[in-house]
Write a protein of this length. Structure first.
Ligand code: HEC
Length: 202
């Protein structure tokens, strides 16, 4: 009798352990060092992509004025991020709750969760890096805030009557009939870098 009770106890503990292991697997938890690795890698890739886009948009404004640069962003923003993606072997996107390009909407529940969490981080002025990693379907996703960081951004994302010239507005309306990306002020959360990484170490 005693032996049977003991056996039963061990079986129950065994099943519980298997259950815990399975849950851990389902939740796809990352260790702290894996998390730090993805945050650091994501940050350096996002910084690279940001530099490439800024340099190109700055050049386009110099060459063609703000309205002309809208054309440039329309044609080149995606291929530019794609080229940085292929250098690093990851997929880079920009997403927003008020997107200009229809392809840049928040797409998944994970995107929405990242948006909510980074919105909270935006309120924390002491926090320097507003970034996080989340997992979905076996992949790791890195997200980082894109704040409306400089006055130049306002000429295409600011207030329609105050910051955006009529000729710029005309091009924006023609290219993006469902544009939601105006009306921002400096410091607001404009979008997120979203980088899909392989689950294996990069
Ligand atoms: C010359 C006009 C122009 C300027 C200046 C500009 N943008 Fe944009 N922005 C655009 C256009 C056009 C798109 C859509 C690009 C596309 O079709 O892929 C866009 C898209 C974006 C997106 C992707 C999400 C979305 O709404 O589709 C983010 C994020 C963004 N801009 C942030 C910024 C920030 C931050 C700045 C300032 C550093 C800035 N932009 C300056 C024109 C501009």
């Amino acid at each position: 009798m005693f032996v049977r009770v003991k056996y039963l106890t061990f079986s129950v503990i065994g099943i519980m352990l298997i259950g815990i292991a399975a849950c851990r697997n389902n939740a796809e938890t990352l260790t702290e060092s894996e998390k730090q690795h993805y945050l650091a890698t994501g940050d350096s890739i996002a910084t690279h992509a940001q530099k490439v886009l800024l340099a190109n948009v700055g050049q386009a404004i110099q060459n063609a004025g703000v309205a002309g640069a809208v054309d440039f962003c329309n044609v080149h923003a995606m291929p530019l991020t794609d080229s940085v993606s292929s250098i690093h072997g990851v997929t880079i996107q920009r997403v927003s709750d008020r997107n200009r390009n229809p392809d840049n909407a928040l797409q998944s529940e994970t995107d929405k969760k990242a948006w909510q969490q980074i919105m909270l981080m935006m309120k924390d002025t002491a926090m320097k890096q507003k970034q996080l990693v989340l997992q979905q379907d076996g992949s790791v996703y890195y997200y980082k805030a894109i704040p409306l960081g400089m006055p130049t951004c306002l000429s295409c994302h600011g207030m329609k009557d105050e910051n955006i010239l009529p000729e710029t507005q005309q091009v924006l309306s023609a290219k993006y009939p469902n544009d939601k990306a105006t009306g921002y002020t400096i410091g607001e959360l404009r979008g997120l870098w979203k980088i899909k990484m392989n689950s294996k170490a990069q």
